[in-house]
Design a protein around this ligand. Structure first.
Ligand SMILES: Nc1ncnc2c1ncn2[C@@H]1O[C@H](COP(=O)(O)OP(=O)(O)OP(=O)(O)O)[C@@H](O)[C@H]1O
Ligand code: SF4
Ligand SMILES: [Mg+2]
Length: 326
């Protein structure tokens, strides 16, 4: 059996707005191995959230659309699954922590009730009493005292609320957790605590994780592999070592990371790059990065680059073909 828990092949996703068609994800290929943490990194608008929402099949109705491609989870085709089947999969096998987690809690229900709701949907064989016992265990797991289960979200601090969001996401011990900027809203100390906790839980539960983040320090501390995304494509992918210590990189990665190889010590945040992301309703021909690339060649303006691979380290750029990289 394949080691891959998730395989995305040639995924294309658009948003049909009144003014234009937004090409948010464009021929994206990606795999997530069982139990690994994959970092998904890229500037704002790169298509990271859209990719996660596509996996969950939670794109905004009538606007967001998977135009083509395939998403396979544990041997099942998500792209072909019905909404009823997806409802069973969500929360049980795949969970998502949303980019704005504070708004994903229901202010009218106690935190205990919100965790209980997830168990009620999926743990059909457990008695009521067993489910409440499990609620207490889950709260304990994320470092919250079980006595607080009858309190409402507003009675918790930001960091605690985030723990509750994570508790809900992990309640059914999913195989895959999609964490979209899970700690961005928190201050640095709490951020470190929450990440440490997620890391421990991953170890205990064996959950694979896609961690979407702008924070390279977080990537360096938590990820096994890193995918760099630009204009709806993965333009570089590799192990943590490939990305942080490797000698060759996509020009976009070089720009983002600014000061490789001093990255772990200095730059935590992505470095701003000159120029803007291309208009997603009118993407450039050839390499989509060519309008900003300091190493742009003639061929880049007309021909999309292929992927050059070296031991699993992938770079989508003409440069390496030109230099005969092996
Ligand atoms: N509901 C929507 N309707 C129209 N366009 C959208 C919608 N959601 C996202 N987009 C567009 O799709 C593109 C990808 O957006 P997405 O939210 O996936 O980016 P992101 O990488 O998650 O960015 P960020 O780092 O800011 O969260 C952007 O151009 C964005 O403006
Ligand atoms: S293909 Fe050309 S434009 Fe694109 S990143 Fe490589 S060198 Fe730059
Ligand atoms: Mg996003």
């Amino acid at each position: 059996m394949s080691e891959n828990l998730l395989t995305i092949r040639n995924l294309n996703v658009t948003y049909d707005t009144e003014d234009a068609v937004i090409y948010a994800v464009n021929g994206l290929n990606l795999t997530v191995k069982k139990g690994e943490t994959l970092g998904l990194v890229g500037e704002t608008g790169a298509g990271k959230t859209t990719t996660a929402l596509s996996i969950m099949k939670l794109l905004p109705k009538n606007i967001g659309k998977i135009v083509s491609g395939e998403i396979i989870f544990d041997g099942m085709s998500i792209t072909e699954m019905t909404e009823a089947d997806m409802r069973l999969l969500r929360g049980e096998k795949i969970s998502m922590i949303f980019q704005d987690p504070m708004t994903s809690l229901n202010p009218l229900l106690t935190i205990g009730e919100q965790i209980y709701e997830v168990l009620e949907l999926h743990d059909l064989n457990k008695t009521k009493q067993e489910k409440w016992k499990r609620v207490d265990e889950i709260l304990h797991m994320v470092g919250l005292p079980a006595e607080r289960r009858d309190e409402y979200p507003h009675q918790f601090s930001g960091g605690m609320k985030q723990r509750v969001v994570i508790a809900i996401a992990l309640a059914c011990e999913p195989r895959l957790l999609l964490a979209d900027e899970p700690t961005t809203a928190l201050d640095v100390t709490i951020q470190a605590q929450v990440l440490e906790m997620m890391h421990e839980l991953k170890g205990t539960l064996g959950t694979a994780m896609v961690l979407i983040t702008h924070d390279l320090g977080v990537v360096a501390e938590t990820c096994d592999r890193v995918a760099i995304m630009y204009a709806g494509e993965i333009i570089e992918l590799g192990t943590l070592e490939d990305i942080f210590d490797g000698s060759i990189h996509h020009p976009y990665t070089k720009g983002l990371f600014g000061s490789i190889p001093d990255l772990k010590k200095s730059a935590r945040r992505l470095t701003p790059i000159d120029g803007l992301m291309p208009d997603p309703s009118c993407l450039p021909e050839g390499c989509r990065f060519h309008t900003r690339c300091p190493e742009c060649m003639k061929i880049c303006k007309t021909t999309p680059p292929g992927i050059y691979e070296n031991n699993g380290h992938q770079i989508q750029c003409h440069l390496y073909a030109a230099k005969n990289m092996r």
